[in-house]
Design a protein around this ligand. Sequence first.
Ligand SMILES: [Zn+2]
Length: 152
Amino acid sequence: MLKLSEAILATTRPQYYGGWAGRVRGKRAVCAMAGAFEAAGLISLHWMFPLVSFNIIQATLQAKRIWPVLEMRRTCPVGCGTAQQIDYLCIHLSDDHRWSRQRISQWVALCEEAIEPPKAIPLSREDAEMWRELTGTNEAEDETEVAGVPSH
Ligand SMILES: [Zn+2]
């Protein structure tokens, strides 16, 4: 299952502001949250121009089960003083501060880390050697590939 921060970036639709979904320059667009819900398979959108329908209440309940980070309470990172749950703040950052999905995703990733801190696992000697071998090999391959690609 995608993390919320990954699901936010997983949609290919343009970002919609001020509502869950609509049209941006004639294209079907979704807000940061609806895009994440759709990417994770929590909603299917029915486009009936100019309307779009889907069960957002159901999707939000499901989303809170798979992404507990949505119920974390935080203050707005922009500093406007809004204190709310992450699900509200994602919409707030998009609609009120016009944050891009990339920016929202980066901020959500920080909140996710606060719930599940990255684990540091000591490597065994064999694993450490394998790691050095693998990374050494990868670097050599990367250089070859880069050399073969024409620059802009
Ligand atoms: Zn704010």
